[in-house]
Design a protein. Sequence first.
Length: 183
Amino acid sequence: MSFLKTTNAQLNRLNAENFKLTDKFDIYIILDQLRSGNNIGSIFRTSDAFKLKKIFITGQSAIPPNKEILKTALGATETVDWEYQENAISLVQNLKKQGIKIYAVEQASKSLSLESFDITNNLPIALILGNEVAGVQQELIDLADGCIEIPQFGTKHSLNVSVSSGIVIWHLVNQLLHQEKLT
């Protein structure tokens, strides 16, 4: 059996204007003190790929048009809605007041394993992704409705934040797509 690589034309991708107009999944991302513009750009690209609602960038994180962000985002800073908020704690408090459930992607006591987390009863949802070294601030974990943890089985105890975002986002969107097929 031979496989031919799909061309860009065959992928039938939305252009930026149509992407802005299309319905998005009710998933928000909060970037808590990320150091690397490359990680931020990668998360923008993942958020575009899975049609997420919005990214909130907080604290000392770089913001577009940062060169590292633009390099890895490949234009996603122009398609994904985003906003900078200096204070992540105020942001989380405001989102909760709007009825958005907050989950930190973090290893914590009483965290929920990703495969057992059911997004269907937790929409709209905001996922907090933390600093590459320190993780999600404890003050934000204290405000969260829970923590989601990615099961890991090797010798390392963490994944890169952009890798973690991709795993969690894909899993949650996959649940929503599966549910759409059932209804």
